[in-house]
Each structure stands twice: as structure tokens, then as C-alpha cells.
Design a protein around this ligand. Sequence first.
Ligand code: FAD
Ligand code: A2P
Length: 278
Amino acid sequence: MTDQSPVTSMDAKPATLPDAQTVTHVQHWTDRLFSFRVTRPASLRFRSGEFVMIGLLGDNGKPLLRAYSIASPAWDDELEFYSIKVPDGPLTSKLQHIEVGDQIILRPKPVGTLVLDALLPGKRLWFFATGTGIAPYASLMRDPDTYERYDEVIMMHTCRDVAELEYGRQLVDNTKGDEVLAELFGEGFADKLKYYPTTTREKSPNMGRITDNLTSGKAFADLGIDGINPETDRGMVCGSLAFNTDMKAVLEGFGLVEGANSDPKHYVVEKAFVGDGI
Ligand code: FAD
Ligand code: A2P
């Protein structure tokens, strides 16, 4: 798409919508996953971990919007998103074809529960994600505020296949090597961020569902950690409804209590997508 009109759908209907942003980068990771960056409205303020509504014009000329976690940190000049490609999905069947220079709609009203303010102070912060649920952590992981508040951050990410982990793997690698973070938190900064990726359907060094690896104690043994307890540990959960429900039971089993923006506690949860019929 090279049409320069403010916002276009794939059939390139021009429109003059106020919330248009320009695509600056697109990267395809698998046939189901891609990431992209867009210009950031100068007035947009958000807390790392929040989501916004983004989209394209639908065939009827009306905005077709969906919730998307902002994957870039609050300090970034641009906005990054990490997206699924749903073959018949109203938005992503079109969005997956965007190219640099195209425009998307972005409603600048960020909200969400996966924010540091929704948690009580603690020592160790756990990020639990399946699939595209890693997007809010791509933001939080790169935010110095995360490491101001916690001594240690553990990113647990589970996907079916190794290829689906690649965006997260590069993200963690780049964050560990980030010069600004190293300058702020010292040479040992890379050790503050731990990464525990697993697959469930393709063989890889670490396998199994996050829930199983926590309840069996395997993840703790591999990470050299005693366990999760409400005195020291805080958690954020982002995945399918089934994953979120199961994770809530696991974390409550460790004695953690769910918090919210208005009532900070030990862990918070957000859906990575709304499933069929839900
Ligand atoms: P839809 O009609 O919206 O969805 C069709 C079906 O595809 C759904 O019923 C579900 O079964 C499946 N599906 C939708 N999204 C996903 C997904 N992410 N992973 C696996 N299966 C999915 N999506 C992202 O790709 N990245 C994000 O950062 C992101 N953040 C979200 C944050 C929130 C708070 C919520 C509620 C949803 C988020 N989503 C995200 C999902 C997103 O809003 C859309 O559902 C998705 O882009 C597909 O849109 P669609 O119109 O093509 O299909
Ligand atoms: P599994 O392969 O055992 O179903 P999906 O691609 O279906 O969205 O799943 C992403 C990852 O989340 C998969 O590795 C999947 O494991 C895992 N997963 C799905 N449901 C749950 C759940 N209820 N608890 C823990 N992990 C789950």
C-alpha cells in the first residue's frame, strides 16, 4: 500500500480521520505473528503495560478497531505493536499487509491493569505470558521504572513452537544488552532480567506449560529460586482466558492476591485477546 491518503483500508478508501499514524517498520516473525512500529502522537502519554485501540477503515468506511497492548516503553519516540494474524479476522486479515508509509488509526486513550502502579512493592516481578501476551511485557521490560522497583524480573513465555518465541528472545537479548539500562543499574544489570521460555508442541531446551512448570516446581529449580511467596513476589498475567484462569488459581495457591489500579495487591491479569464466544 503506497496510497498517501490519511487512513486507508486494503481497498484504499481515502478518509480524513484525526487519529491517523504512519507505519515506520514492519517485521514478520512467522505466518501467524508480526510486529510493527508507528509514529507516536506528540500528546500521547501512557504507562508501560497499557493498551490502546488501533485499526484500519473497514470496507464500510467506518473505523474497524481492536485493543492492542503497546509493546514499546513509555519513553520511546514511536509506538510498537506485536500482532497475531487471524486468517479470517476482520482486522488482522488486513492489518497483516501493512507496509512502511501506510497509515493506521490509533485512538490515544491508553488503559489497562498490567501497570506497575497496580502492584504493591516487592523484590521480584514475574511476567507470565502465552503467545502475543508478551506484548505488554515488551513495554515494561524496557522501562527503567521496572528495575527501580524490583531487584529481579523474570519473563516466562510459552508458545507452541520455537519460532513463536523469537520476538521475545530477541527482545530479552536486546534489553539485557541495553546500554542505558546498564548505565542506570550497573554492569550486573543483565542478571536482573531472567528469561524462561518454553514450548509445548515442539521440542526445545525447556518444555511445558507455565502453569505446570510452576506447580511442579521445575521452573523454580531451573531458575534457582525457592518459590513464589506474597512477601517478596509480584506477578503479571497475560494470555488466553483459559491461561489467565489457570494462572490465577496457581498464584492464589502461592498466597498471592489479585490487585487492580484502584487497589494494588500481589498480582494483576489482562486478557491477550477475547476468545470465540466470550
Ligand atoms: P477478532 O475477531 O478480534 O478475533 C478472532 C479470533 O481470533 C478470536 O475470537 C480469538 O479466538 C483469536 N485471536 C484474537 N486475537 C488473538 C491473539 N492475540 N492471539 C491468539 N488468538 C487471537 N492482539 C494482538 O495480536 N496483540 C496485542 O497486543 C493484543 N492486545 C490485546 C489487548 C487486550 C486488552 C485485548 C482484549 C485484546 C488484545 N488483542 C491483541 C487481541 C486483538 O484485540 C484482536 O482480537 C486481534 O487483533 C484479532 O483481531 P481480528 O479483528 O483480526 O479478529
Ligand atoms: P498447549 O500447546 O499445551 O495447549 P495458543 O497457541 O493455543 O494460544 O497457546 C499458546 C500457548 O499457551 C501454548 O503453548 C499452550 O499450550 C499454552 N496454553 C494454552 N492454554 C493454557 C492454559 N490453560 N494454561 C497454561 N498454558 C496454556
